[in-house]
Design a protein around this ligand. Structure first.
Ligand SMILES: [Zn+2]
Length: 175
């Protein structure tokens, strides 16, 4: 990863150090660009639609760390299950929501127009709302304002770790 970081510093256009948000945004943007390139056939940014974005979000689930119980699991709806289960790990809704916000901004900063911004599509909003409702039910955790600050930091860390591991594992098989 130190390699990646060095590259960013060289490529940075300003002498001021990037804020946490800015450097995360840049990393996310690079990861998304890499994802499009790895499609067969590769997808040009100008051809990128909200469908590619939805596929990207589903692809990221394999790197998730948030246990989301399936309907049949005995722990469905329990915030703190007393034992492990085999339900899949997913990206937390808050991580995806923050990611989309950063990519939406990056798209326009990189020359995309607001009208064609796939990250601003209504389909993405609908998808995120569904993920949110589904995870709230499955995990028994309503997304309310209390503890927001702590959760935000935690989710931020999660997506950061995700982006780092997805960059290095982009070519590996899914498991
Ligand atoms: Zn479960």
């Amino acid at each position: 990863m130190s390699n990646e970081r060095g590259k960013e510093l060289v490529m940075g256009s300003t002498s001021a150090p990037l804020s946490r948000y800015e450097s995360q945004k840049r990393r996310d943007w690079n990861t998304f660009g890499q994802y499009l390139k790895n499609q067969r056939p590769p997808v040009q940014l100008s051809q990128c639609s909200y469908n590619h974005v939805l596929e990207f979000l589903r692809y990221l689930d394999q790197f998730g760390k948030t246990k989301v119980h399936v309907q049949g699991c005995v722990f469905f709806g329990q915030p703190e299950p007393p034992a492990p289960c085999t339900c899949p790990l997913r990206q937390a809704w808050g991580s995806l929501d923050a990611l989309i916000g950063r990519l939406r901004a990056a798209y326009e900063e990189n020359g995309g127009s607001q009208e064609t911004n796939p990250f601003g599509s209504g389909a993405i909003r609908v998808y995120l709302r569904e993920v949110k409702e589904c995870q709230a039910k499955a995990r028994g955790i309503p997304y309310k304002k209390k503890k927001k600050r702590r959760n935000t930091i935690k989710m931020d860390e999660e997506i950061k770790a995700t982006m780092q591991s997805s960059q290095s594992r982009v070519l590996e098989n899914q498991w």
